[in-house]
Design a binder for this molecule. Structure first.
Ligand SMILES: Nc1ncnc2c1ncn2[C@@H]1O[C@H](COP(=O)(O)OP(=O)(O)OP(=O)(O)O)[C@@H](O)[C@H]1O
Length: 303
């Protein structure tokens, strides 16, 4: 089932939080929804879930706005604010209340507690939970109806390394079963290891919508690192060939815009022995910061 936004806009008084966003999210893959703080990610997800109304445009699931879905709990599950649970209800009762509302039985509650690794905390009250446990409970709630579409706002926040691995492999396994997975983050490093596709927004507007591989190809540069005791000789050969390079250490050069076979071939022709020849890609986080710098609303200063 596809999620589609078309001309989606949300204004709060004079402030435009989401500004004419159009994109689609496909089933069978994990789509990362990325943007700096205040970019409009949560506002977009809230419109998708029918919690707030768009000022203009629409966002639909399988072609329909959420209010028109026949079985909302079986169609879409969401984790927005993991701490927004009744503080006095045990984890079990919290899930049971949602299960009843969705017409589901107790068996599903037990299964979800197990899946989220919360079986031992079933009778604990959430006010004793860590943020990671809240996230697990939130995911268990989102998955109660075994929905086709899963929407997660910053799901990795507060999880320990084991929790992060668990959340990622769960998303991967659901995507491989054909589910539609949309998850937001303001960290490119998270996206790099989790997402197949990326939707990047800044100041409410679309900045990029592509596969992660295409994003990397389009927005990051690479250099060839070459290490040799004959650095000067290699530098002369590169210079004669009109190639751009930078000395990094007494035995190391970074060659821009080249591929390793070309640098290796040149070294072989000169009879130079290489100790290392590697392609280094610019960190994706750097590309993200460059792309979103002009639209970043909140920026700290280094002391
Ligand atoms: N209810 C509201 N009233 C007025 N402005 C709002 C409201 N909700 C959000 N905004 C503003 O809209 C913009 C987008 O906010 P939103 O929370 O959607 O961003 P976000 O990308 O989710 O950010 P973060 O990563 O910090 O959670 C921000 O400038 C925010 O201050």
């Amino acid at each position: 089932m596809c999620i589609r936004a078309h001309g989606l806009t949300k204004r709060y008084g004079g402030k435009t939080a989401v500004d004419g966003l159009s994109f689609s999210v496909q089933p069978g893959v994990i789509t990362g929804f990325l943007g700096p703080n205040g970019a409009g990610k949560s506002t977009t997800l809230r419109m998708l879930l029918g919690l707030i109304r768009p000022t203009q445009g629409a966002i639909t699931i399988g072609g329909r706005p959420i209010a028109e879905l026949e079985h909302p709990a079986r169609t879409i599950g969401a984790l927005l604010d993991a701490r927004a649970v009744h503080p006095q209800r045990t984890a079990y009762d919290h899930l049971l209340a949602f299960a009843h509302a969705a017409g589901l039985g107790k068996a599903r509650v037990d299964k979800m507690l197990d899946l989220a690794g919360l079986s031992n905390a079933a009778t604990s009250r959430p006010d004793q939970f860590s943020l990671g446990m809240y996230q697990r409970l939130g995911l268990a709630t989102a998955l109660l109806g075994d929905p086709d579409v899963l929407v997660l706002d910053e799901p990795l926040n507060g999880l320990d390394p084991e929790g992060i691995r668990w959340m990622r492999s769960l998303m991967r396994s659901l995507a491989s079963k054909g589910r539609t997975i949309l998850f937001s983050s303001h960290l490119m490093s998270e996206m790099e290891i989790t997402a197949d596709n990326l939707i990047v927004i800044g100041n409410g507007r679309l900045i990029a919508d592509s596969s992660l591989a295409e994003f990397i190809k389009a927005h990051t540069s690479t250099v060839v690192l070459v290490r040799t005791a004959a650095r000067e000789q290699l530098a002369r050969a590169l210079s004669d060939a009109g190639m751009r390079f930078k000395a990094i250490a007494s035995d190391t050069l970074h060659v821009a815009g080249a591929d390793p076979s070309c640098v290796g071939g040149m070294a072989a022709k000169e009879g130079i022995t290489l100790d290392e020849l590697t392609t280094i890609r610019e960190p994706l986080e750097k590309a993200f910061l460059r792309l979103t710098r002009s639209v970043t609303q909140y920026e700290g200063q280094l002391a």
